[in-house]
Ligand binder design. Structure first.
Ligand code: NAP
Length: 241
């Protein structure tokens, strides 16, 4: 008998979760916590990885799904690397952590990526005993009241706003407090978030090292694909030896 189709009772809906999303919720007697790490990840860096790990520990999450945005809603006017590249770097960066999963869920969706759509789709895919925690930067959370269908986001997920130490939370807190939607927000201070994607992009363009800022496999990928103005890798041949 095929073991993959032989899961006894309870887990039918969890097993039906599609694509690269982790199955969760099989035991109706307990609650599960699914972290969704939402970001452009252009590129992913150690700040994101540390933030997700801290959220996993502090909030007792069962798994964290890294979900690179397909076509980010507020970035129509600036160049964003192809979703395929951002997904590949995310996959490489998360591959050695057993409770991290990289997902194509948004990258494969046509059109502009709206978080409310993502959460609605996830809510339909997972049983009710799976709680959704949407983790992103505090800057993004400060703008969330203006996102499409913000009320749906408030209804479907707890927000986790990751900040660096010393970050002024005033703007985010005021926006959340004034909102009529009743957002449930957890603030998470993450020292490693002094690192940012724009800092990495600037360093690449200036031919500076990314060592200790992002996993070496990501640096390798950036150079191999000449992202952010990196010099393309020159492939040697036997004749060069
Ligand atoms: P962003 O405006 O580029 O980022 C704002 C700040 O948050 C930056 O400092 C960024 O640093 C940081 N950040 C972003 N994602 C993070 C994460 N997961 N953990 C920790 N810090 C993070 O935001 P974005 O990356 O485009 O979008 C963030 C998420 O919000 C995505 O899932 C996106 O789809 C969603 N979003 C939805 C809507 C909408 O539905 N209308 C609109 C905007 C954003 P780095 O640059 O270093 O990451």
């Amino acid at each position: 008998m095929n073991r993959d189709t032989c899961d006894k009772d309870g887990g039918a809906r969890a097993d039906a979760v599609r694509g690269d999303l982790p199955p969760l919720g099989a035991d109706p007697g307990r609650t599960y916590r699914l972290g969704i790490m939402g970001g452009t990840f252009d590129p992913i860096h150690n700040g994101h990885l540390v933030a997700a790990e801290q959220a996993f520990d502090d909030l007792g999450l069962d798994v964290v799904v890294f979900m690179p945005a397909g076509r980010p809603a507020f970035k129509q006017d600036r160049h964003v690397s192809l979703g395929e590249h951002r997904y590949a770097m995310t996959l490489l960066a998360t591959s050695d952590n057993p409770h991290f999963v990289a997902s194509r869920f948004e990258v494969d969706r046509a059109g502009v990526t709206y978080t409310a759509d993502t959460l609605r789709l996830l809510r339909d895919l997972y049983p009710d005993n799976v709680e959704l925690y949407f983790i992103t930067g505090a800057d993004a959370v400060a703008d969330i009241v203006s996102w499409r269908d913000a009320g749906t986001i408030a209804r479907l997920a707890t927000l986790v706003a990751a900040t660096r130490p010393g970050y002024d939370l005033g703007r985010a807190e005021r926006a959340i407090d004034r909102s009529p939607f009743g957002f449930d927000v957890i603030y998470l201070e993450v020292p490693a978030l002094a690192i940012s994607s724009s800092y990495l992009r600037a360093r690449v363009a200036a031919c500076q090292s990314l060592r200790y800022l992002t996993p070496d496999v990501v640096t390798g990928y950036i150079h191999k694909h000449a992202l952010y103005g990196a010099r393309p890798t020159r492939y040697g041949s036997l004749e060069d030896a």
